[in-house]
Design a protein around this ligand. Structure first.
Ligand code: AQP
Length: 331
């Protein structure tokens, strides 16, 4: 059976981009047709300036939202990365296979390093090495497919390169994974800056729809989305990025093709209104379930405990084998 692994980083509250680009497909497709693991990758949240209590709180919230989005612990493994030591163990081994040049080429590293410096902070070494930890997350489980939004493609390519290199140098240890993307919603853009991805730690807060935003907040953010100076409703990502983003969000919520949907609208206002309602309806059941789960913390604890135990059991033999292959001794 195909093995799937994907993760979400608790650096902020989960966004509509995280949901449409990744989480919804994990719940609707991947957990049903594959042997899937979904992880709150909390160690990745330490790569930028962080508050320990907030990371712990956001990890818990992210795990709860994954379950609220429909991940079913009977069908897939849901866990928190720092509860499974194998990720860190394998990451070090892969750092001995990756090169400094490879890490410095990562677009997210370049962008986030600039942002950290602009905010007056220093750049943590872990920001540079984080894609290697992500490769470890993926390779530890013999992953075939990594369902992600477009922004993570380069990191999955690195995981592939490291798997191939390790296998060639030290013997066959890893499956070579590949990234998969949703047809629509692979890159949801910031509503106020539609040429930038909607990211949970963006500086442009009003352009981000969070999964736990109240319906009226969602409506307000979408009605105030930046559009373009034209009048007709067409789908053109380059010339009309704001409009294209709304059409793509609507298409991702309701199905259909953004280009075809554009033909149904004569005004931006009508498109914004329908998009806002579609997003409110999309989020409604997730928010309802999230509330129920918050009232039952023992259930969430139990899911995460048994998820970590299962994940440990799956990763351990492969990581031990990689240790032995590269010249270390394993347990
Ligand atoms: N805007 C987006 N559109 C589509 N997919 C997206 N994803 C993130 N943003 C969008 C996908 O969500 C999954 C989890 O992402 P992540 O939490 O690991 O980190 P990220 O990609 O760095 O997301 P953020 O929200 O932008 O976080 P920050 O601001 O901390 O960097 C991934 O599959 C991702 O592709």
């Amino acid at each position: 059976m195909t093995r799937v692994f994907s993760g979400i980083k608790p650096t902020g509250h989960l966004t509509l981009g995280n949901y449409l680009g990744a989480v919804r497909r994990w719940a609707e497709v991947d957990q049903h047709r594959t042997d899937a693991l979904f992880c709150v990758v909390d160690m990745h949240a330490l790569t930028v300036d962080h508050d320990p209590a907030r990371v712990r709180r956001l990890s818990r919230q992210a795990a709860t939202l994954l379950l609220a989005s429909g991940l079913d612990p009977e069908r897939c493994t849901v866990f928190v990365q720092s509860q499974v030591d194998e990720h860190a163990r394998l990451s070090y081994v892969l750092e001995c296979v990756a090169t400094d040049g490879e890490a410095r080429r990562m677009i997210q590293y370049k962008e986030k390093a600039v942002r950290e410096r602009d905010r007056g902070g220093s750049v943590r070494l872990s920001l540079l090495t984080y894609p290697v930890l992500m490769a470890a997350d993926i390779l530890a489980y013999g992953t075939d497919e990594v369902p992600v939004g477009d922004d993570q493609t380069q990191h999955v390519e690195l995981a592939r390169d490291l798997a191939v290199r390790f296998n060639q140098r030290y013997g066959q240890a890893f499956v070579v994974p590949r990234a998969t993307h949703p047809e629509v919603g692979a890159r949801v853009m910031n509503l106020q800056e539609p040429t930038s991805k909607m990211g949970k730690t963006d500086d442009v807060g009003p352009g981000i729809v969070y999964l736990l935003d109240e319906p009226d907040v969602v409506r307000k953010k979408i009605m105030r989305a930046v559009t373009d100076s034209g009048r007709d409703v067409v789908h053109d990502r380059v010339a009309r990025p704001g409009l294209a983003n709304l059409l793509e969000i609507l298409a991702a919520c309701e199905g259909g093709d953004p280009g075809e949907l554009s033909g149904a609208y004569r005004s931006y206002g009508a498109l914004k209104k329908d998009t806002a309602e579609a997003v409110v309806e999309l989020l409604r059941p997730v928010q309802r379930r999230h509330k129920e789960l918050c009232a039952d913390p023992a259930y969430v604890d139990g899911v995460l405990r048994s998820g970590a135990e299962k994940a440990r059991g799956m990763a351990r033999p492969r990581v031990d084998a990689a240790y032995r292959a590269i010249g270390l001794s394993a347990g």
